[in-house]
Design a protein around this ligand. Structure first.
Ligand code: SAM
Ligand code: SF4
Length: 477
């Protein structure tokens, strides 16, 4: 049966509500996860084909522990074969927590009288960004509540300001946004400021559950939010990030929603989302929602592996909401970006030491990974990953980089690994402790050898690395 917005009292919108809950439920009810089907689907994904809703439902219904192990192994193999071992690092920067909405899960909701409200002044933004640059960050995501103070012009202003701030060798080379949905013209305004990805999470793809959790403000409108990235595309922003907040409703349904959203963007705009996020609900100031749909660690790992197989050429983001233990495990199944050295309290980067206890009344939710950027980079290196701050594709106009990594033979060897090594080298020169420097240069040597063994001529890269050591910066390919 076709989804009928009238039944869920959703207002009419010119843009299509492309989620059909009945269709998703029907797939989940009827998809049989027999061994042969699951293996064929894993193979399809390893052959670089995106999965459809039916195939995703079959993987989601595979409850047999041996099949789950095969799915995880498939995701791990896909990540290894296609993406190599880079992990891109970024940090969130909360600009302001004023909010007109009443999302039951969020510490910033308007009804939370305990919440300490603040919007960074320009001077405060400069201090925050300088502190982030001093730490070695090159990529930020700016986060805003939904409030008339945070108009498109204001968002564009903050983006330009962040790009303009330089401290020592520090600079922010990519500014992404997580903010409320906009009108098409407003998206145009923000695009002009040179944003990277515009990220909006649907929170839950189930309209009834959505109505339950969103009790006030503009965010009550499911379809306005669902079609927001269509408006972004209409405004020329083709670099968008989607996500679901896990713990609001059945995680299987949300994975299907994310895959349907991906298929929709691909079908209509010929480009899927740049990234997918799957945050799990964390403790927040005054949070009272039931834990009925909370996702266990085991299911979380499983759903990340299924998503990796379902949308093989989309970047996947894992945040500091998760503990180091979960992050270290999940990262193997296809994560491409993580945040490091994260602080959520407004204004905290310039004032607090990292391990200071969080003040939940000043923050959106609790984080479980409070490691410094250096600690994370150190551990990634130990685990065999190359920490990367690369921003090259986006600045060289190579849009759809994940798709290219995936589909253009040799792309990772030619661009991604060298750029990861060049940005890692910058970090080692400018910000790393002597111990990490030693470990890091050793890692770079190993990676150069591996590239050579793989037939890549490393001469140009080696000379660029030497130039980095001599003080040149931003020598990306
Ligand atoms: N106000 C904007 C909006 O709602 O789109 C910005 C988003 S909010 C600051 C960033 C995201 O954090 C939300 O979209 C939601 O998915 C997530 N979030 C909110 N409360 C959370 C909680 N208690 N635990 C984990 N994530 C949460
Ligand atoms: Fe506001 Fe976003 Fe929090 Fe909802 S999730 S209360 S819109 S900041």
């Amino acid at each position: 049966m076709k989804f009928n917005p009238e039944k869920c009292s959703l207002p009419d919108r010119p843009m299509e509500v492309f989620i059909d809950p009945d269709e998703i439920r029907e797939h989940l009810r009827t998809a049989k996860a027999d061994k042969h089907a699951v293996r064929d689907i894993i193979q399809k994904s390893l052959n670089k084909e995106r999965l459809n809703l039916r195939e995703t439902a079959i993987l989601l219904n595979a409850d047999d522990p041996d099949l789950i192990a095969e799915i995880k192994e498939g995701a791990r193999e896909l990540k290894k074969r296609i993406y190599g071992n880079r992990i891109v690092l970024f940090a969130p920067l909360y600009i302001g927590n004023r909010c007109i909405n009443n999302c039951l899960y969020c510490g910033f909701r308007v009804s939370n009288k305990e919440s300490k409200r603040h919007t960074l002044s320009d001077e405060e933004i400069i201090k925050q960004v300088e502190a982030l640059e001093d730490n070695g960050q090159k990529r930020l995501i700016l986060v805003y509540g939904e409030h008339p103070d945070y108009s498109a012009e204001y968002i564009a202003h903050t983006v330009r300001l962040v790009y303009s701030i330089r401290k020592g060798n520090g600079e922010i080379r990519r500014v992404n946004i997580n903010a409320a949905p906009l009108e098409i013209d407003d998206f145009r305004t923000v695009k002009k400021a040179g944003i990277g990805t515009y990220q909006i999470f649907q929170e839950t793809y189930n309209p009834e559950a959505y109505s339950w959790y969103h009790k006030g403000g503009k965010k009550m409108d499911y379809s306005w939010r669902l079609t927001s990235l269509d408006r972004a595309q209409e405004a020329g922003i083709d670099d968008v990030g989607i996500g679901a907040l896990l713990g609001l409703y059945d995680w299987r349904f949300e994975v299907m929603g994310l895959v349907r959203h991906t298929n929709h963007l691909e079908a209509v705009y010929n480009v899927g989302p740049h990234t997918i996020s799957f945050p799990r609900i964390k403790r927040a100031s005054g949070l009272t929602i039931t834990d009925k749909y909370f996702v266990t660690d085991e299911d979380f790992i499983r759903l990340v592996a299924i998503l990796r197989l379902a949308v093989p050429y989309t970047g996947m983001i894992l945040t500091a909401r998760e503990s180091p233990r979960v992050r270290d495990e999940v990262i193997k199944y296809g994560i491409s970006q993580i945040d490091g050295g994260t602080k959520l309290e407004i204004g905290a980067y310039a004032k607090k030491s990292l391990n200071e206890k969080q003040d939940l009344n000043a923050e959106q939710f609790e984080i479980e990974d409070s490691r410094s950027l250096e600690e994370i980079i150190d551990e990634l290196t130990d685990m065999g990953f190359i920490p990367s701050f690369c921003t090259s594709c986006y600045r060289k106009g190579r849009t759809g980089e994940h798709f290219m990594e995936f589909s253009v033979p040799g792309f990772i060897k030619r661009f991604c690994t060298p750029n990861a090594l060049l940005t890692y080298a910058e970090y080692l020169c400018d910000y790393a402790s002597p111990q990490l420097q030693e470990k890091g240069w050793k890692k770079i040597d190993e990676e150069l050898k591996a590239l050579e063994q793989d037939g890549y001529n490393t001469q140009n890269l080696i000379s660029r690395l030497e130039r980095v050591k001599l003080g040149e910066r931003d020598l990306h390919l």
